[in-house]
Write a protein that binds this ligand. Sequence first.
Ligand code: ZN
Ligand code: MN
Length: 144
Amino acid sequence: MRGMSASVHLAMEQLKMNGVRMTPQRHAILSCLMDTKSHPTADEIYKALSPAYPSMSVATIYNNLRLFVEAGLVRELTYGDDSSRFDADMSDHYHVICKNCGRIVDFGHPPLHDVEKAASEETGFVVHGHRMEIYGLCASCHNE
Ligand code: ZN
Ligand code: MN
């Protein structure tokens, strides 16, 4: 087995405590997500892993991603009609999205608690959270 990062090991322990059995495929999917900053789709994960795991189906990827999301290890980024992307970085951060190539880059701005507070004060809502994304062209698309 390849060297296992501390975060993958911790995530596996957390799944085990939730009664989730760790299989080689499940471990590969989790490692793949934790090793990348590219916010892949299920299909991209499938393409990356299928050479090493030829018997793995896209459905297996989806089922495992759903399981990881439910366990709080991974977050799902939904974009209307486009397929979801997945992020194993659960820390507070925002995303900058390229409208041309779809690249999603992490943006480490502090959470906008003041905006949530203002929304609550103006509308009387009990605010649970917010979603903010920055759109534009990434450096390579802009320079084309
Ligand atoms: Zn781009
Ligand atoms: Mn991210």
